[in-house]
Design a protein. Sequence first.
Length: 322
Amino acid sequence: MSPFESITALKERMSKSIIGQEQLIDRIILALLADGNMLLEGLPGLAKTRAIKALAKNLDCGLNRIQFTPDLLPSDVTGTEIYVPNEKEKFVFQKGPIFSNLILADEINRAPAKVQSALLEAMEERQVTVSGKTYKMENLFMVLATQNPIEQEGTYPLPEAQMDRFLIHTIIGYPDDNAELEIMRLNKREASKSKNDQSLTTISPQVIFDAREEIAKVKVTEDIEKYIVSLISATRYPEKFDPELAKLIEFGSSPRGTIALDRCSRVNAWMQGKDYVSPEDVHTVIKDVLRHRIALSYKGRAEGVTSDQIIDKLIETVAVIA
C-alpha cells in the first residue's frame, strides 16, 4: 500500500469515530504530515481529545496526555533529575511525559507561563535541556494542544512567541443535526461493544516519513511562492494594499507564517492527489496558518472583527499572480 493510500485509510478510520468534524480530521493529519504542532480551540465536548486519541489508536506510536492545571510545574512536563544512591551517576534523569510521539497538552492555557514555556524547546528544537544536558525527542513528535475559548478565569493566555510555534490553529464548531444524531447512535454502539476488541491494525510511523518525502517533491511554482509572500506581506504592511485593513491590524505574521503556509499548502495538494500547489490549496489552509499570527488593533477588537474576517479580506485584496 502506498503512503497516499495508507493516509487515506487513516482518515477513513478516524472518520468512523469522529462524526461531523471532517475538517478537524483533515487538519490533524495535515499537521502530522507537515511535521508541525497544532492548537485546537473549541468548546468542551466537541471531540478535540477524542480526535487526538483516535489518531494515536490508528498509529503505531505512543500518546501521552498532560492535563494542564495552575499547580503544574515545568518538571512535571519535561522530567527531572532524581537521586539514586546506588548508581555511579548519583543523579539520574527521569523523563517526563513530553517524551513520547504524540503529546496531548489538554487545556494548555490553564497552566502558568513558566509551565507553558517548558514546551517551547521541545516544540521548536525537538529536544529538552535539563541541568546542562540535552535529551532528544522521538523522530515522530507532535504537540497537540487544546484550549477552551470562552473561559477566562484561572487561565493564562499563550504569549505570541509560543503561539507562533504552532504550525496551525484550528477552531472547532458544533456538528449539524444529522451528525449529532450519528454521534448519539455511535455512543450507544460503543457502549455495547466489547472493551477487549484489539483487532485494529495500526499504521507504521514509517508511512508518515515516506509521505513526507513525497510531499517534499510537490511542485511550487515561483508565482505561487510570490503569492504566498505577498499574502504574508499584506499582514505586515496592510496600508500598501487596503487603507481600511491597516486600521484593523496591529502587527502581522512572522517568517514562520510564510514557511508554514508553504508547507501546509504542499501537504493539502498531496492529500488531494496532486503533485503541484494551486492558489486553492493556499486558500484552503491560510486561516489555520495565519489566524493566530495576526494581532488585531484596538479598533479591530472594538468593532468585533475576527482574524478570519481579516484573512478573507486579504484573499480578496491580494492579487493571485498568474
